[in-house]
Design a protein around this ligand. Structure first.
Ligand code: LHQ
Length: 261
């Protein structure tokens, strides 16, 4: 049987490829389990960045809608979220290193929202994002009702959620839903270069920056100022801060290790 998740270990960073191309990389339990295990491994100090992408012509079509064929009675979709999607979104957000997402093709339903949960999202110009839940009587999940309005604003989020209309990569960039639309043929080269670059950067500082941005959505200014104080205190104690300042003063390129204080 084909591996449902391809894991490629590069120099300091991991590349994770959803690999059910015949189902546009829709999630089943096996894929959830493999991705959870890979993200667990990605938490290890030796990995300093992660790249998530999909095999074939799609990024991810969300939940595999054929997965429960033949099951009796109405499903408990809340339990599916509790067991699989919510832990996945939390893992991506809490991972103490940057997660780059290369959206190589259509990202639908939970697949779209998992992309939005990543830190830096690149998308092939031909890719599109669809909040397809409305088409099958569901509500946006995998954090979509949290991320989408914060990224694109309330008016666009409401229309996208209620209509389920696709948004192309360029529009998504224009709206601030993603970082960048990239030519299809350049996507993976650019995404890999970005992940490789991030893996040479001050990992602890990036992790603390990610924590600050994660908290910002729910904090008032005073709370956020206090948090910045605490995180900066921690960042100022890391070897990479010392190295960054030394390299600046000595007018040379820094050699960051990513090690904790
Ligand atoms: C699929 C799927 C798919 C299985 C394409 N499943 N096979 C969370 C918790 C619990 C439960 C419920 O949900 C959730 C969150 C969710 O994610 S709900 C939303 C689930 N996703 C969708 O509703 C999207 C369904 N897919 C589509 O609307 C289209 O396939 C899109 C717009 C993504 C792509 O359209 P096309 O480019 O025209 O491709 P296609 O429809 O021809 O799909 C290609 C193949 O992939 C096809 O199989 P076949 O054997 O006919 O070639 C599809 O059946 C299969 N596929 N999505 N989610």
């Amino acid at each position: 049987m084909n591996e449902v998740l391809l894991v490629t270990r590069h120099d300091g960073w991991m590349e994770l490829t959803l690999n059910r191309p015949e189902r546009l990389n829709a999630f089943n339990e096996a894929l959830h389990a493999k991705l959870a295990a890979a993200l667990e491994e990605a938490g290890h100090e030796r990995w300093r960045a992660v790249l998530l992408s999909g095999a074939g012509r799609g990024f991810c079509a969300g939940q595999d809608l054929g997965d429960r064929a033949g099951a009796e009675g109405p499903p408990d979709l809340g339990e599916t979220l509790e067991r699989f999607y919510n832990p996945l979104v939390r893992r991506l957000r809490r991972l103490q290193k940057p997660v780059v997402c290369a959206v190589n093709g259509v990202a639908a339903g939970a697949g779209a929202n998992i992309a939005l949960a990543c830190d830096i999202v690149l998308a092939a110009r031909s890719a599109k994002f669809v909040q397809s839940f409305a088409k099958i009587g569901l509500v946006p999940d995998a954090g979509g009702s949290f991320f989408l309005p914060r990224l694109v604003g309330a008016a666009r989020a409401r229309a996208l959620v209620l209509l389920g209309e696709p948004v192309g990569a360029e529009q998504a960039e224009h709206w601030g839903m993603i970082w960048k639309a990239v030519d299809d043929t350049a996507l993976m080269t650019e995404a890999r270069a970005l992940a490789a670059h991030l893996a040479t950067q001050p990992t602890q500082g990036l992790a603390l920056s990610k924590a600050a941005l994660n908290a910002s959505a729910g904090n008032a200014l005073d709370e956020q100022l206090n948090l910045e104080r605490d995180l900066q205190r921690a960042a100022g104690r890391t070897p990479d801060y010392r190295e960054g300042v030394a390299a600046f003063v000595e007018k040379r390129a820094p050699r960051f290790t990513g090690r904790p204080a």
